[in-house]
Design a protein around this ligand. Structure first.
Ligand code: 0O2
Ligand code: 0O2
Length: 268
């Protein structure tokens, strides 16, 4: 049977365009609310006819059943900054399962790295496309990866193309070493982010306790009941300079006790 490729691929093109818009919108929504987006950028493509035919031949799939046999004719790639973001994107997709798409299979090449060194999270979906001639459900592959995984896969893919899938053994080994380096890069960037988040939390906690101390000193001062108010103020300056959050908390407890002792809360 002679197949009208242009007509077949039109549906896949529509699916890729729609899915790209959907994932780019998620990124836009996060950015509009000044929130960190787990999606860095999104790309998509429809597989070239020559690659479809080549894959079908390799897999013994008849040309009549490529729509069921080849899952990545429509391909979406979602790039994330960090490994944790991949899991957030996967949950976003799982939340949509049974709504605008159906999950067929998940392939975790992050915990199960491929022999080549390839890492990514793949989700195969069924996606309904509504055309002028009716509705059609197609298969699509969503690849979710970090920028480091993408960097490695892009170069490895082009080398595979250059060497027609016969990469020399020594280069294969160097690619494995490069994959290990990409893995370490992902780990290190995640660790750095965690440290920044911790530092931000400590900073936030310190700001809150300092604000409480300043408010309490103000109440004590206006009550006119505390003679040593200047000593209290100087002690605060010293503790603030020192920056130890536990000592600041202890000091605030002391101020609160003073306020109870002189019944200052009732005056507030
Ligand atoms: P923006 O706001 O500039 O990011 P398209 O039809 O052009 O929307 P297509 O055909 O998939 O999408 O294009 P392509 O060239 O594959 O890239 C899609 C988007 O990813 C483009 O942005 C690129 O700028 C962006 N992109 C590609 N590579 C990188 C990269 O290494 N880093 C970053 N940060 N972005 C990259 P948009 O969609 O035009 O919009
Ligand atoms: P493209 O468009 O050239 O990227 P198989 O291809 O048989 O090994 P399968 O079962 O079709 O794998 O599905 P899999 O492994 O879930 O996904 C295949 C796609 O994942 C590939 O598509 C690549 O995009 C990507 N991929 C898988 N393994 C590797 C790898 O070792 N290196 C790189 N760079 N990419 C990989 P295609 O068919 O190659 O098409």
């Amino acid at each position: 049977m002679i197949r009208d490729w242009e007509k077949i691929l039109l549906v896949y093109e529509q699916a890729v365009e729609e899915l790209k818009i959907k994932f780019k919108s998620i990124r836009k929504e996060y950015r509009n609310t000044d929130e960190y987006s787990p999606i860095e950028f999104v790309t998509g493509r429809v597989k070239k006819i020559s690659s479809i035919i080549e894959k079908a031949k390799k897999r013994n799939i008849s040309i009549d059943s490529i729509e069921d046999g080849i899952e990545d004719i429509a391909g979406i790639r979602i790039m994330c900054q960090l490994v944790d973001d991949i899991h957030r994107v996967v949950s976003l997709i799982r939340d949509r399962d049974g709504k605008d798409l159906k999950i067929v299979e998940e392939r975790d090449y992050i915990n199960n790295m491929k022999e080549s060194g390839y890492r990514s999270y793949h989700i195969i979906i069924k996606y309904p496309v509504h055309t002028a001639f009716g509705a059609k459900e197609i298969l699509a592959e969503i690849q979710i990866r970090t920028l480091a995984m993408n960097f490695w896969a892009t170069i490895e893919h082009s080398l595979n193309y250059k060497f027609k899938h016969n990469i020399p053994k020594d280069i294969k080994e160097r690619l494995k070493t490069a994959a290990d380096a990409a893995f370490l890069l992902d780990m290190e960037m995640s660790a750095i982010r965690d440290e920044i988040m911790d530092a931000q939390q400590i900073f936030q906690a310190k700001s809150t306790i300092v604000a409480k101390i300043l408010r309490n000193i103000q109440y004590l001062y206006f009550s006119g009941k505390i003679e040593e108010i200047e000593d209290i103020r100087d002690r605060f300056f010293d503790l603030n300079e020192e920056g130890d959050i536990n000592r600041l908390k202890e000091f605030n407890n002391y101020l609160e006790k003073l306020m109870d002792k002189y019944n200052i809360r009732k005056l507030i």
